[in-house]
Design a protein around this ligand. Structure first.
Ligand SMILES: Nc1ncnc2c1ncn2[C@@H]1O[C@H](COP(=O)(O)OP(=O)(O)OP(=O)(O)O)[C@@H](O)[C@H]1O
Ligand SMILES: [Mg+2]
Length: 261
């Protein structure tokens, strides 16, 4: 079985800065990865590559069996669900929550003259309901609360029934109850047998949903460690990644970390 994502020696350079430096790792079908790392470590850059929105300066990136640079990314992108600030910022504020989800079927963010099938509309509505935001279907995206927006964005990311789901800080800006609900919803989603391979970027270990299988730690564009959760998410690796002595705490499949006193 070929990997869902296969990065080999991926480097991204902007001017003199290396956003990613010689990063290699693979994601296999059925795996759920968490990416952790300080601000500016290159996490979003990595997701941009995984979503076919950015090509490596050197190295190779294969996404869903296609090599970036040798494939029409417009054919590849509908196979990948992306929830990120960049996508949210490109959604016109007046667009309704329903259209925000529906337009993903065409890989666009604003509704224009496309004709959508009843089936697509039903699917978009069903996804809004499944993510607890069915009641705001006709509200402009700009009037939604942060938590509602996050749920609408995840519904949008799932609209094309993607083979790879990429979530960049989906819990940012949520209150405690909202975060806990989101963590449960994502955990349920990945528990489903046919769930897409999923990658979640977060700053907070509390946001790692139970059921995630692997972790990748990035610091300053470089991979500190990548592998199965149990052996890779350790106090030592976290301390090295964040350059602070940290102690990992695990409780019933949930995680947290504190500075060692
Ligand atoms: N076009 C660019 N030119 C120069 N530097 C850039 C460019 N785009 C991004 N960077 C820098 O690359 C680094 C990595 O950015 P990236 O957005 O991938 O980090 P991140 O790990 O997602 O950070 P955060 O946790 O703050 O979201 C940052 O220092 C950023 O300022
Ligand atoms: Mg980021």
């Amino acid at each position: 079985m070929s990997p869902v994502l296969n990065l080999q020696g991926v480097t991204v350079r902007r001017g003199r800065k290396l956003l990613l430096n010689n990063v290699s790792f693979q994601i296999q079908e059925g795996q759920r990865w968490v990416i952790l790392g300080p601000n500016g470590a290159g996490k979003t850059t990595l997701l941009q590559i995984a979503s076919g929105r950015l090509f490596p300066t050197t190295g190779t990136a294969q996404v869903l069996d296609e090599t970036l640079g040798a494939v029409d990314v417009f054919e590849l992108r509908p196979r990948i669900g992306l929830c990120s600030n960049a996508v949210a910022n490109s959604i016109p504020g007046h667009e309704t929550a329903l259209n925000t989800v529906l337009t993903a079927a065409y890989g666009v963010t604003g509704r224009w003259r496309e004709q959508y099938e009843r089936l697509d509309e039903r699917r978009a509505f069903g996804l809004l309901n499944a993510w607890g935001v069915g009641t705001v279907f006709d509200r402009p995206f700009s009037t939604l609360s942060e938590g509602e927006r996050k749920r609408v964005q995840i519904a949008r990311a799932l609209m094309t029934d993607p083979e790879l789901l990429l979530l960049d800080e989906p819990g940012a800006g949520l209150d405690l109850a909202g975060r806990e609900e989101l963590v449960s919803s994502i955990s349920e989603l990945v528990d489903w047998e046919d769930a897409p391979a999923t990658v979640l970027v977060t700053h907070h270990l509390e946001e790692i949903p139970p059921g995630f299988t692997h972790v990748l730690l990035l610091r300053d564009g470089e991979l500190v460690a990548a592998g199965p959760m149990g052996e890779t998410l350790t106090s030592e690796n976290l301390s090295e990644t964040f350059e602070v002595p940290l102690e990992l705490v695990e409780r019933e499949g949930r995680y947290s970390a504190f500075k060692k006193s």
